[in-house]
Design a protein around this ligand. Structure first.
Ligand SMILES: [Fe+2]
Ligand SMILES: [Fe+2]
Length: 395
């Protein structure tokens, strides 16, 4: 689906939801109800004449249209998604070109009163051919990895949107962070089911959009570390969000510095080293948000011995979640290929982390990383070669 067809699918879903809400307020033959049904029918007809088919899937908190997550609508229609799945036993609605008004009536009836015990045979029982229903997918039937990957790429899209906002010097919207939360929660839920996803997800890299992919990978690795530590789910959620946003200040850095193919000069370094402060500042302006992502954005280059950057007053103690993000940050940065360095093999990265335990890193968290790597199937292949000389300077 293109961006505009996604918007159209969002619009059609809004009409569907509007019809159900209107029908709950007015009798079936009331002008408002009739109008709401017509509105949906027209929106659907327009969409289907261009695309032929439209499938909405409800997967827990997530609304999917033709295999694309609609993050904003997932939040907006959360209750409706839960109602469809839990009380009406509807997990997906498919529309095929040629939908007739009587099929809209039948759909409204199904969404209002349920579609019976077998939603899959609802259409044939009613003699319908252009609207089909399916029951909700049971958690064990869901493809954990596919759901996690969808949410991974959804996070990338959201971060791309956040990047555009930051680059336009506009304030971040609470809604953008809310969207990121939806994807983050989905990734976390899948990782709780299958912790081995850590390395499979974190091995997704992008050379061109390094910072965006790196941000999601840091979230994934941080959750992996948090799982080994046995952190409670609510805290894991914050850990994941902090990982997603730790480099939000970096996406405001000049592109010529971010994408420079060689080492940075002194002046460029001065600018680059401002990203923790800039990120914390951006996050501090978000009303009602957790303070943890802001703290992690500020402290992730500080080092355990506080000799990193930004400079802090004597006696400052790095927050435990910043220490965790720092290990995840360096691990992902070193195992990624960049314009100025190759990817470093995991074994060498582990050696470096061990060497720096107690200075840059919390020794306990280095052990946790070792434990995590030991526990997981190292099925993803090592990327690139070893140029050992490059370390963490641009994590
Ligand atoms: Fe950073
Ligand atoms: Fe980073």
């Amino acid at each position: 689906m293109t961006g505009s067809s996604t918007e159209q699918a969002s619009h059609v879903f809004g009409c569907l939801h509007g019809m159900v809400r209107t029908a709950a307020l007015y009798p079936p033959m009331h002008g408002q109800t009739v109008k709401a049904k017509q509105t949906l029918h027209e929106a659907l007809t327009t969409y289907l004449s261009a695309h032929g088919r439209l499938v909405y899937g409800f997967v827990g908190d997530v609304l999917v249209a033709d295999n694309r997550i609609l993050p904003r609508e997932s939040l907006l229609y959360r209750r409706f998604l839960a109602l469809c799945q839990n009380e009406r036993h509807i997990g997906s609605i498919s529309f095929i070109a040629g939908v007739e008004p009587r099929e809209i009536d039948a759909l409204l009836e199904a969404v209002t009163n349920g579609a019976g015990d077998e939603p899959s045979s609802w259409a044939s029982r009613k003699g319908l051919t252009h609207v089909l229903l399916r029951p909700p997918v049971q958690p064990e039937q869901q493809n954990t990895e596919a759901a996690a990957r969808r949410a991974y790429y959804g996070s990338i899209e959201t971060l791309r949107d956040i990047q555009a906002t930051v680059r336009a010097r506009s304030a971040l919207a609470v809604e953008q962070i809310g969207t990121l939360r939806v994807f983050t929660s989905t990734i976390l839920e899948q990782m709780l089911e299958s912790p081995a996803l850590v390395l499979r997800l974190a091995s997704i890299k992008s050379y061109d959009e390094y910072t965006l992919y790196h941000s999601v990978n840091v979230a994934v690795i941080s959750v992996g570390l948090g799982l080994v530590l046995g952190l409670p789910e609510a805290l894991l959620r914050e850990v994941a969000m902090a990982g997603m946003l730790h480099d939000v200040g970096k996406i405001a850095m000049p592109l010529e510095i971010l994408q420079k193919p060689g080492p940075l000069d002194a002046q460029e370094w001065r600018i680059m080293r401002r990203h923790p402060l800039l990120g914390a500042d951006l996050l501090s302006r978000l009303p009602g948000s957790s303070r943890l992502p802001m703290i992690v954005a500020f402290e992730h280059h500080l080092r355990l011995d506080t000799q990193g950057y930004p400079s802090v007053p004597a006696g400052w103690v790095q927050h435990p979640l910043s220490r965790l993000a720092c290990v995840a940050d360096v691990f992902d940065a070193m195992t990624s290929r960049r314009a100025y360095k190759k990817a470093i093999p995991r074994t060498d990265v582990r050696g470096y982390l061990r060497d720096e335990a107690g200075r840059t890193f919390d020794p306990r968290l280095v052990r946790v990383l070792e434990l995590m790597l030991g526990q997981l199937d190292e099925e993803t292949s090592e990327e690139g070669g070893d140029d050992g000389a490059h370390r963490i300077n641009r994590a």
